[in-house]
Design a protein around this ligand. Sequence first.
Ligand code: ZN
Length: 150
Amino acid sequence: MTKMKTCSLEADVLSAVLAGQVPNELRAHAASCAVCGEAARVASLVRDDCARAQREAQVPAAGVVWLRAQIRAREEAARAVARPIVFTQALAVAALIGLLVSVAGRLSSGVLPWPLLTDASSQTLLRISIVLACGLVLAPVALYVAFSRD
Ligand SMILES: [Zn+2]
């Protein structure tokens, strides 16, 4: 296990190289000190890489960024507001479907004297058909109501 070599001027050399302005006395020390020389080379590479990344980065104009942020915030606020409304509408539509199914079931049991619909399984089939028909009719209406305000 080798002991890590340190130098009291290493931090000064690092900050000077990263700032891009190395005083002559620090430059001379870094040329003679192994620790500071290595630190100066690494810091120089990091500074060059950072400068190249800043040159090559394509940052959109501040106005465009601000506009996109405004649009996104507005959309998120509208979505947050619409969520309970859509839930309430879906609940109302479900209640309406349940009401229609019960009314249709009540009416069809007395009105439809079909001989095929006398046993229990046929009655169940009829009720399922009514539910599906109501769903098919009301689903587009519910979707229209839910999404018409967006
Ligand atoms: Zn040193």
